[in-house]
Design a protein around this ligand. Sequence first.
Ligand code: IPE
Ligand code: IPE
Ligand code: MG
Length: 243
Amino acid sequence: MNSSLPPKEFFPRHIGIIMDGNGRWATQKGLPRSEGHKAGAKVFKKITEYAVDLGIESLTYYAFSTENWRRPPEEVTALMALFREYLEEAEDRKLENEKKGMRIRFIGETDTLPEDIAHRMETTEQESAGKNAAIVNIAISYGGRQEILHSVREIARQVASGALSPEEITQEHIESHLYTEGQPELDLIIRPSGEKRLSNFMVWQSAYAEFWYSDVLWPDFTEQDFNRAIWDFAKRNRRFGGV
Ligand code: IPE
Ligand code: IPE
Ligand code: MG
């Protein structure tokens, strides 16, 4: 047994990871911020492989927020280039991912992304659509409030068409139009870099999630940090409002 991890029944089912601190990592090293994003992308791949091998069911990575469009154009371009690179690689690694049973999904306002990226995302999603050992959601151009807004609009359409009355609207209706529809709710949110906020990440799904913070910057994040977060989670007493 791997003593650096609790027994599997104590694992979180769905983990959200806010990959933060790339810029500071690069600045500390006297490098351009884009180098931090490059290093962060490598860590993303390493941790995903590790988590999927451990048997984590669902992972959601925050890669680019709707607010991140406010960054300088050269930084946005560098990030888009990295997404493009990842998608090209995903095609190359298709067989490997298939073996692991990994399903990749992109969540967010994909219509705001460059067309070739949106198209590749669709291809990657379709190619892994039948897999079910682990779901990896990658949030790009994602905003939690926007996601709720999108769901509310869908419901409003049903109400306007007479298919649903306002009194009939339940939480399940709202959930059924979120990007994470059908996935277990978020159990644990990991945020490196010392920040202690959600920054518009999974506003609805985080209602009862446990938070794990660390000062480590995302490009320095290791499997041991991941283990620590899982251990911490396993020891928490989740009460969901009860006693
Ligand atoms: C996270 O790292 C990556 C994105 C938000 C795209 P940051 O770029 O936010 O890094 P810091 O917070 O400036 O260090
Ligand atoms: C949140 O990080 C978004 C991602 C990690 C993709 P930010 O660096 O954008 O968040 P703030 O601005 O510090 O809240
Ligand atoms: Mg940041």
